[in-house]
Design a protein around this ligand. Structure first.
Ligand code: DC
Length: 221
């Protein structure tokens, strides 16, 4: 079973995908975490990603990025160091958006993603899973919500983690990432033609989860 879940940030992809994976007993793969780890590798090497894309490619090719599934969810390792928590900052979010626009970086990470999906049943979330990484996935969902709803969710999430932020900045950065992710030349964020579009703006978490589970069940039959 391959389930592709794409959409802009803050639409609820990762939380919903994690719960769906648990319910169906399949593996959850968060591909955004891989771009975040790649961004961390670049930032640690002092690379200004937008100005120095060649150096960014070298840094990504020189590092190892691995995923493991633990009891508390997916963990991501950069050169064997567990960076699961470190990659969840606004600075890394912007870096990931920048590094993900570089085609050579995408090719390296897409290979890894396809390898991970080859031998197991997965629900994989990202921006180009249905269009590029797993174009033959029988179930494709494009999850979205208004920028304001998504920014509000992200603001609450960051505040709960104890990070200082304000709603207007979160909204502005989210819009900038939406723009970067959907206008890049190679493999931009867009719904696959055969995906089911789900807008979660007016839905509670539980309603969104039930909706996705019913879409999946319908498509599995
Ligand atoms: O889902 P996320 O916010 O953790 O993703 C971080 C960035 O990585 C996002 O701005 C776009 C990029 N990304 C991508 O281009 N393709 C993917 N399959 C997953 C993420």
């Amino acid at each position: 079973m391959k389930i592709a879940v794409d959409g802009p940030s803050g639409a609820g992809k990762s939380t919903l995908s994690k719960d769906i994976a648990k319910t169906l007993g399949i593996v959850y793969i968060d591909t955004g975490a891989m771009y975040r780890a790649a961004a961390l590798a670049c930032l640690r090497a002092g690379i200004s990603i937008k100005e120095e894309p060649e150096r960014a490619v070298e840094a990504v090719k020189a590092c190892t990025i691995d995923l493991s599934n633990e009891k508390d969810g997916q963990h991501i390792f950069l050169n064997s160091e567990d960076v699961t928590t470190l990659i969840r900052t606004p600075e890394i979010s912007m870096g990931a958006s920048a590094v993900s626009a570089i085609p050579e970086v995408r090719l390296v990470l897409v290979d890894l993603q396809r390898d991970l999906a080859k031998t197991r049943d997965v629900i994989m979330d990202g921006r180009d899973i249905g269009t590029y990484v797993l174009p033959d996935a029988p179930i494709k969902i494009f999850l979205t919500a208004t920028p304001e709803t998504r920014a509000q969710r992200r603001f609450i999430e960051l505040t709960e983690k104890g990070m200082k932020c304000d709603y207007e900045t979160v909204l502005a950065e989210l819009k900038e990432r939406d723009y970067n992710d959907s206008t890049r030349a190679f493999s931009p964020l867009k719904p696959a033609e055969d995906s089911v579009l789900v807008d979660t703006s007016a839905l509670t978490y539980e309603e969104s989860l039930q909706k996705l589970l019913s879409i999946i069940k319908e498509r599995m039959c």
